[in-house]
Design a binder for this molecule. Structure first.
Ligand SMILES: NC(=O)N[C@@H](CC(=O)O)C(=O)O
Ligand SMILES: [Zn+2]
Ligand SMILES: [Zn+2]
Length: 475
């Protein structure tokens, strides 16, 4: 029956066991994990290898449940010169991600059941990661009329997260209606908080430096005022609100206040807003042009502290690939956005774990459990123990290396970290019991696609097949 003889991981340290900030790896006992047919079937010590089993020696490696990115731009359909679902999920696997939520700013926009189902199917076929499409809040992201939220939620893609990301849902009545709508099925609105009037033509963080450089400023209040409004709307409607890419100290204070009031708000921060500052804009190198813009050192420190004290719930990459010509131009003409899937874990190590702001166990929550929970992702593990789905990542936290284009596995190279020395590396990614990243090398497409098909036939396949039958009957 078992086509796949399984995997035995020996001597890994579980992130979940490293609960103290600043703890050495030796604070956790090494454990072995046996994986068969997409499930962790055994956890113990000194497990004996079985015939045909792939043995991974994980001494010195940390095991986390597979990373989940709530904010990825996969660009397909429409912008395949930047990324495709396949290339973006390869980048995800290289970064230790087993699931990604794909933003809706594609062409056509992910604002119908047909488009979200297409994106999800492309993810399923590739097999490098679970792709959960995000639905647009408004038709064509135009901010004028609500999209087919219900149809997307009921589609095979079962959309739970809705966002006009790239654009702010600015009309307060539309925002209110969207929140009311998603509340009926426990969905969530992920807001790109940017007041469009306050940021017309804006190019970088507003302050002394923007004046000095002669670039139009993007004030912190453009973000903070939308967050303040939306947490009040979330409180009023009782719906779940998620704030994308928090970038200012003031935003942290607004979210802190909202949480203290009991509002159902969650917040994300990107790796780049945890490490980079506006000073980089002095170079006029458009790799540093991003939305929201890089802010001041004070903001970076406030964001790290907010992760440490739980005001910020998750880290999300906002992986935003762009072709060279969109970046190798004058600052004003360049596109906003940075790739981030492959660098997320090293940056999180550099800024949070190695800095003593979070433990490994907290990092696993920030990059895996909590984003899964916010996005309503089903079938993701909540612990690496027997009976759980085998989505996991093995990370080598030791050493550091220069981050170069070799490390980028998507189509675009607009990373702000090229040439920087970053700690740690992702060694193995296991999705549904099969390898997508093997000792730092991506597993070939045909192998992964075949493994995904086989995995579909055993576990989730049963549910998917019955859902498909059901939808055929009901059509
Ligand atoms: N973050 C970015 O700078 N760009 C994103 C849009 C967005 O996330 O707002 C993109 O789609 O390129
Ligand atoms: Zn955005
Ligand atoms: Zn985005």
């Amino acid at each position: 029956m078992t086509a796949n003889p399984g995997i035995l991981i020996r001597g890994a340290r579980l992130a979940a066991a490293l609960t103290e900030r600043g703890a050495e790896l030796s604070a956790a006992a090494p454990v072995d994990l046996r994986i068969v047919d997409g499930v962790i079937v055994e956890r113990g010590t000194d497990l004996a290898p079985r015939a045909g089993e792939r043995v991974i020696e994980a001494d010195g490696l940390v095991a986390l449940t597979g990373l989940v990115d709530l904010h990825t731009h996969l660009r397909e359909p429409g912008f395949e010169q930047s990324e495709t679902v396949l290339t973006g999920t390869r980048a995800a696997a290289a970064g230790g991600f087993t699931s990604v939520f794909a933003m809706a700013n594609t062409l056509p926009v992910q604002d119908t059941a047909g488009v979200v189902e297409q994106v999800q199917a492309l993810g399923d076929a590739g097999g490098y990661a679970t792709v959960r499409p995000i639905g647009a809040v408004t038709e064509d992201l135009a901010g004028e009329k609500l999209s087919e939220i219900g149809a997307m939620a009921q589609s095979r893609a079962q959309v739970r997260v809705f966002s006009d990301d790239g654009k702010c849902v600015h009309d307060p009545l539309l925002m209110r209606r969207a929140l009311e709508y998603v509340k009926t099925f426990d969905g969530v609105i992920a807001q790109h908080a940017q007041d469009p009037r306050l940021t017309e033509g804006a190019q970088m963080n507003e302050g002394a430096l923007s004046s000095e450089l002669g670039l139009k400023g993007w004030p912190a209040v453009a973000e903070e005022s939308i967050i303040a409004r939306d947490v009040l709307l979330a409180e009023h409607t009782g719906a779940r609100l998620h704030i994308c890419h928090l970038s200012t100290a003031g935003s942290v204070e607004v979210v802190r206040w909202a949480k203290a009031r009991g509002v159902a708000v969650t917040a994300e921060v990107t790796p780049h807003h945890l490490i980079l500052t506006e000073e980089l804009v002095r170079s006029y190198d458009a790799r540093y042009k991003v939305n929201p813009p890089l802010r001041r050192e004070e903001d970076v420190l406030a964001l790290r502290a907010a992760v440490a004290d739980g005001v910020i719930d998750i880290i999300a990459t906002d992986h935003a690939p762009h072709p060279l010509e969109a970046k190798e131009c004058e600052w004003d003409a360049a596109a906003f956005g940075m790739v981030g899937l492959e660098s997320a874990l090293p940056i999180a190590l550099a800024t949070l774990v190695n800095g003593g702001h979070t433990s490994w166990a907290e990092l696993e929550v920030l990059l895996s459990h909590r984003p899964a929970q916010i996005g309503g992702l089903t079938g993701a593990p909540i612990a690496l123990e027997a009976g759980q789905p085998a989505d996991l990542v093995l990370v080598d936290p030791s050493g550091s290396s220069v981050f170069d284009t070799e490390r980028l596995r998507g189509m675009s190279v607009n990373s702000p970290y090229l040439g920087m020395e970053l700690p740690g590396s992702v060694r193995y990614t296991v999705r549904r019991g099969y390898l997508t990243l093997d000792d730092g090398a991506l597993v070939p497409e045909a192998t992964v696609a075949a493994a995904a098909r086989a995995a579909g036939a055993t576990q989730n396949g049963a549910a998917a097949a019955s859902a498909a039958e059901h939808s055929e009957v009901s059509q």
